[in-house]
Design a binder for this molecule. Structure first.
Ligand SMILES: C[S@@+](CC[C@H](N)C(=O)[O-])C[C@H]1O[C@@H](n2cnc3c(N)ncnc32)[C@H](O)[C@@H]1O
Length: 167
């Protein structure tokens, strides 16, 4: 599995989950985006339809600081390979329970789960104590997205959003 981290060196290096994935040998740094690129502002959702691209070219995450990542920033990374994640809640203490605002490691782990690479998805989560919190919060969602095609994921997300009280 080729996982790539586009490191922007904006956050405390001790706290960067992207760097930790590299330190533990799960990912490599890349200067340029490779394969499917996780971009929260993409209109297209990640799904099993992307598994061939990920197998062949990999999955990239943009390890920037949320404070500095506005629409203009993400526009720089927009391409036909950009994908957003469907509704999921952060389990990390910084953005705990916030929808869509995941750490780099949570975003990669969730993508791998949706693409049906469960083992590596859970191994990544085990790098942090809050990995289990992320899994417990999202188990039902992740399981319902797993292996599904884009249109199905959109429908599932819509039905979960209807249940969610609006903030
Ligand atoms: C903004 S960075 C923050 C990283 C944080 N400082 C850390 O140490 O994990 C998180 C990255 O994960 C990916 N990501 C997070 N939530 C996402 C979502 N809802 N859809 C797509 N990608 C997402 C994006 O690549 C995003 O740039």
């Amino acid at each position: 599995m080729k996982i790539f981290v586009i490191e922007l060196y904006e956050d405390d290096p001790e706290k960067s989950t992207g760097r930790k994935m590299v330190r533990f040998g799960f990912a490599k740094y890349t200067e340029k985006p490779r394969g499917i690129v996780l971009n929260p502002l993409s209109e297209e959702v990640i799904s099993i339809d992307d598994v061939e691209i990920v197998n062949k070219y990999g999955l990239s995450v943009i390890d920037s600081s949320w404070n500095k990542s506005d629409a203009k920033f993400y526009a720089r990374f927009m391409s036909r390979f950009s994908r957003r994640l469907p509704l999921l809640f952060a389990g990390n203490p910084i953005n705990y329970a916030k929808p869509y605002k995941l750490s780099s490691l949570e975003a990669v782990s969730a993508s791998l789960y949706i693409l049906n690479f469960i083992d590596i998805s859970l191994k990544l989560l085990s790098l942090y104590k809050w990995g289990k919190t992320f899994y417990d919060l999202n188990k039902e969602l992740l399981e319902s997205y797993r292996g599904k095609r884009k249109d199905e994921i959109i429908e599932i997300e819509k039905s979960f959003l209807k249940e969610e009280p609006q903030q």
